[in-house]
Design a protein around this ligand. Structure first.
Ligand SMILES: Cc1ncc(COP(=O)(O)O)c(C=O)c1O
Length: 332
């Protein structure tokens, strides 16, 4: 179907056009991963030695292997957020100009919506707009790590364009809630995306026969967007059932498709708890928070799966050995 490196593949082009339109941006470029999309964006917005501002547990700061420094030569300034959100005041303080004339400058602000490490939390629109406006006043470029932005839009009940169009660049991931085997897009102005193409080649992310995977993206846009609300409803149902079984789940925080379970009140060792759950047939995963594990709902999780998980998780966690008891046994 043509060589994607030469921008010939019609399916890749269609996907790029559709995602640009969906996000209210002029253009988009298809890349293998959301990490690559973020890394390209950071490079576009900065010079080596500039400063990146982001919430301190955001994906660009904690899961991208120092890519901001390695690829763009950025220094990172992590801001302490609440529910993954930072304030206008924090951005203003962090971007305060140096007293020297040609010192390093804060160049780019990256926001994450939904925010992974806070448990898939969503930015209220007014708050997001306020922080973006402040960043613009300060002359910062603004990037949205919207790997799960369609989950955010579904939770808010708005079109993605409502908030995605306010950013200079936007990452959208296809391999998470949208259920594709791989792929992500970076969207922005014609000019920025033209520059992004060069970075994509530099990263080795130009994929030649990429139409076959882009087709999954087109399919997902047609069939897997409206159903994201079902994932959210299932996550809430699971969270409610776990809370009823006295498992530490903060229902207020279940805004999208993640359910975070705190093992601390149960005194359970995380690795042991995850292994027991896996043996029982429920896959949960670790998070950045030492005692918290996470369940995710997605297109392969049905209502019946939620019923099973709601039964198996409390039963399994109750019989998992508490840390203290385990230590006592070991010392005997
Ligand atoms: C918010 C966020 N951004 C970016 C990524 C990176 O995605 P990928 O694994 O496609 O590189 C993730 C992955 O979990 C994520 O949660």
């Amino acid at each position: 179907m043509g060589d994607e490196q030469k921008r010939e593949d019609p399916t890749v082009r269609e996907l790029e056009r559709r995602v640009a339109a969906l996000l209210g941006q002029e253009a988009a470029v298809f890349v293998p991963t959301a990490t690559m999309a973020n890394q390209i964006a950071l490079k576009l917005h900065s010079r080596p030695g500039d400063v990146l501002l982001a919430e301190k547990t955001s994906h660009v700061l904690v899961y991208e292997y120092g890519g901001a420094a390695a690829h763009a030569g950025l220094m990172s300034h992590g801001l302490t957020g609440v529910g993954g959100r930072i304030t206008r005041g924090q951005v203003r303080d962090a971007a305060a100009p140096s007293t020297k004339i040609a010192d390093q400058r804060a160049a780019v602000l990256s926001l994450e919506n939904t925010h992974n490490n806070s448990g898939g939390r969503v930015w209220p629109l007014a708050e997001l707009e306020g922080v973006v406006a402040t960043a613009r006043e300060l002359g910062l470029a603004v990037h949205l790590d919207g790997a799960r932005l369609l989950n955010a839009a579904a939770a808010l009940g708005v079109e993605p364009v409502t908030f995605a169009s306010r950013f200079d660049t936007v990452t959208l991931c296809l391999s998470k809630g949208l259920g594709c085997p791989l792929g992500a897009l970076l969207a922005g102005s014609e000019e920025l995306i033209e520059r992004a193409w060069r970075e994509k080649h530099l990263f080795g992310g130009a994929m030649r026969q990429a139409g076959i995977v882009a087709a999954a993206g087109v399919y997902a846009l047609d069939h897997h967007v409206d159903r994201l609300a079902d994932d959210h409803a299932r996550a809430r149902r699971l969270a409610g059932a776990l809370a009823d079984a006295n498992i530490a789940v903060d229902l207020e925080r279940v805004e999208t498709n993640f359910v975070q379970v705190d093992l601390a009140p149960l005194g359970l060792d995380r690795a042991a708890a995850l292994a027991s759950l896996r043996d029982a047939g429920v896959g949960l995963s670790a998070t950045i928070h030492p005692t918290v594990i996470r369940a995710v709902t997605h297109l392969e999780i049905s209502d019946e799966d939620i019923d099973r998980a709601a039964e198996l998780i409390p039963r399994t966690l109750e019989i998992a050995t508490p840390v203290a008891a385990g230590l006592e046994l070991e010392s005997k």
